[in-house]
Design a protein around this ligand. Structure first.
Ligand code: NCD
Length: 321
C-alpha cells in the first residue's frame, strides 16, 4: 500500500491487515507510556480544507504516538484563502519534505489527484473528500463492530453474516459510501435506509439493499444501526418537509431504541444532531459506540500511518504505483 484513498479498491486481505495491526496498536495504548518510536524522523502534514474535530485530532494523536513530527495546516488562515491552488500547496509540502499527507477536502477526488499528480513524494491518506469516501472512518467503524460483536475473538475475523443498517443523509455521506464498500469486502450485509430524496444517486447498482422505512428495517433485527448526520451544509434544496417529520420517521428515538435486539449496537460518526437523527437516550445508551469509535479511530489511524509510512522513503515522485 502506498496511499489510502478509498475502501472501494481495498482488498479483504489489506482491510484485515489494517484492522489486525490496529489491534496491536490498541494494545500499546493501554500502557502508561503510549508513544512508539516507529515513525521517528518522519513528517506528517494534516491538510484540512474542511472543518473537522474528531478526524483531525485523531490523526494528530495517531501520528504523535508513533513519534512522527506533525504539521497541522488548515485552509482557513493559510494562503489557500488567498487562492493558492492545490498544486502550489502540494509543492510547498514537497519542499518541506513531507513523508505523509492527510488530506480532507470538499472536492471529491482531491486526494486521488494529489496521489497521482507527481507533485509530491508523500503517501496520501484520504480523511474525507466531498461526498466520495472517508476510508479511515469506515475502518474504525469495522474495527468497532468487530470488537463489540466478537470481543476477544475479533483478531483475524471478517464481518461475515453481520447485518448493518445505515440510516439518514446517505446522499451526502462519504462515511456511508466507504462503509458500504468495506463492509461488503468483509462479508457483512448492508441496508441503506432513508427517504428517497436522501438515497445516493446510483445506489441501486451497488451491493446494498435500499429501503425507505426505518421501522421495517429495524423489524429485521440488525446487528448494527449506524445513524448519519443530516448534513445541512451540503444541502442546497429541501430534502424533507421539516425536522420534526424527519425525526419522527427516520430518527433513532427512545421507542425504536427499546425495540433493538439485545446484541445490537448503535453507531454514529459524529458530530451528532441530538434530537434530529438520534435521541440523547440513544446516543448515551450502553449500546452506543460513539466514544469507542473515537478512541478506536486513533488505533486504526496509527495502523494506517504505520503500514503506509514505515518503509523506506521513495526516491522520486514518479516511481509510485
Ligand atoms: C463525518 C465526516 O466529516 O465525513 N464526520 C467524521 O469524520 N467523524 C460525518 C459528518 O460530517 O457528518
Amino acid at each position: 500500500m502506498r496511499h489510502l484513498l478509498d475502501t472501494r479498491t481495498l482488498s479483504r486481505e489489506d482491510a484485515l491487515l489494517i484492522l489486525d495491526t490496529a489491534e496491536d496498536m490498541a494494545a500499546t495504548q493501554q500502557r502508561e507510556v503510549k508513544k512508539l518510536p516507529t515513525l521517528r524522523g518522519k513528517t506528517i502534514v494534516n491538510l484540512f480544507y474542511e472543518d473537522s474535530t474528531r478526524t483531525r485530532i485523531s490523526f494528530e494523536a495517531a501520528a504523535k504516538r508513533l513519534s512522527a513530527d506533525v504539521i497541522n495546516f488548515s485552509a482557513k488562515g493559510s494562503s489557500v484563502s488567498k487562492g493558492e491552488s492545490l498544486k502550489d500547496t502540494a509543492q510547498t509540502l514537497q519542499a518541506i519534505g513531507a513523508d505523509g499527507v492527510v488530506i480532507r477536502h470538499p472536492a471529491s477526488g482531491a486526494p486521488a489527484r494529489l496521489a497521482s499528480s507527481g507533485w509530491i513524494d508523500a503517501g496520501v491518506l484520504n480523511a474525507g473528500d466531498g461526498t466520495h469516501e472517508h476510508p479511515t472512518q469506515a475502518l474504525l467503524d469495522a474495527f468497532t463492530m468487530r470488537r463489540r460483536l466478537f470481543g476477544e475473538a475479533s483478531r483475524g475475523r471478517d464481518l461475515d453474516g453481520v447485518s448493518v443498517v445505515i440510516v439518514g443523509d446517505l446522499a451526502h455521506s462519504r462515511v456511508a459510501r466507504s462503509n458500504l464498500w468495506l463492509l461488503n469486502a468483509l462479508g457483512a450485509h448492508v441496508a441503506f435506509v432513508a427517504p428517497e430524496t436522501l438515497q445516493p444517486y446510483g445506489a441501486r447498482d451497488w451491493p446494498v439493499t435500499v429501503e425507505h422505512s426505518l421501522d421495517a428495517a429495524l423489524r429485521a433485527k440488525p446487528d448494527v444501526v449506524m445513524m448519519l448526520r443530516i448534513q445541512s451544509e451540503r444541502m442546497h434544496a429541501a430534502y424533507f418537509p421539516n425536522e420534526r417529520e424527519y425525526a419522527r420517521n427516520w430518527g433513532l428515538d427512545d421507542l425504536r431504541l427499546a425495540r433493538l435486539s439485545d446484541r445490537a449496537i448503535v453507531m454514529h460518526p459524529g458530530p451528532m444532531n441530538r434530537g434530529l437523527e438520534i435521541s440523547s437516550a440513544a446516543a448515551d445508551s450502553p449500546r452506543s459506540t460513539v466514544l469507542e469509535q473515537v478512541a478506536n479511530g486513533v488505533s486504526v489511524r496509527m495502523a494506517a500511518l504505520y503500514l503506509l509510512l514505515s518503509g523506506e522513503r521513495r526516491q522520486t515522485p514518479k516511481d509510485s504505483e
